[in-house]
Design a protein. Structure first.
Length: 183
């Protein structure tokens, strides 16, 4: 399965469309949204292309190929606009025996890992800082933080992540891989 991971869109239709163009051009099967989809968040400024309704419309066209978890800026009101569930704190995804623990990062994160269930790859966002750490470095699962396409922090570029043919990659909005790891 070809998976694109995306977190912290924060209401920017501009950046969402850039990522979806990559998704379509490279024929991904599943779009995993890791929260903070529509709301820009009270600690962020207004983003370029702030248009939550357009984001909902764009994502609803793809609802059959989306799995999502709730971010700290997502609410029940946001859920009313979306045709796929976003209220779960975490989700497990298994592809060809690889177990992905999916969460936003405000509850579970690199510093507060869940005790169970076991996973091969722990995927989150929330910090707006991309990261890809191999299992040898973590002493546990591979850790992937997708970063944010809208509000990157800590000097990071706008990013998202992908998984295809056993390869994880963090990518800039033009699709260039800035880090990758075979799992």
């Amino acid at each position: 399965m070809r998976i694109l991971f995306l977190s912290d869109i924060h209401g920017s239709i501009t950046t969402l469309r850039m990522v979806l163009n990559y998704y379509d051009a490279h024929h991904y099967d599943l779009l995993v949204l890791l929260g903070d989809i529509l709301n820009y968040g009270p600690r962020n400024g207004l983003c370029d292309g702030l248009d939550p309704q357009a984001i909902a419309d764009e994502l609803n066209k793809r609802a059959a190929n989306i799995v999502a978890v709730r971010g700290n800026c997502d609410s029940e009101v946001d859920q009313m606009l979306l045709n796929f569930p976003i209220q779960s704190t975490y989700m497990m995804l298994v592809d060809e025996g690889k177990r992905f623990f999916l969460t936003h990062g405000h509850i579970y994160n690199e510093d507060h890992m869940p005790k169970a269930p076991a996973c091969d790859v722990f995927v989150y966002g929330h910090t707006h800082r991309q990261m890809l750490k191999p299992a040898e470095e973590t002493g546990g699962p591979v850790i992937l933080n997708t970063g944010s396409p809208t509000f990157p922090k800590g000097g990071n570029l706008p990013t998202f992540a992908t998984y295809a043919d056993g390869m994880l990659a963090v990518r800039t909005l033009d699709g260039a891989a800035i880090s990758s790891l075979k799992i």
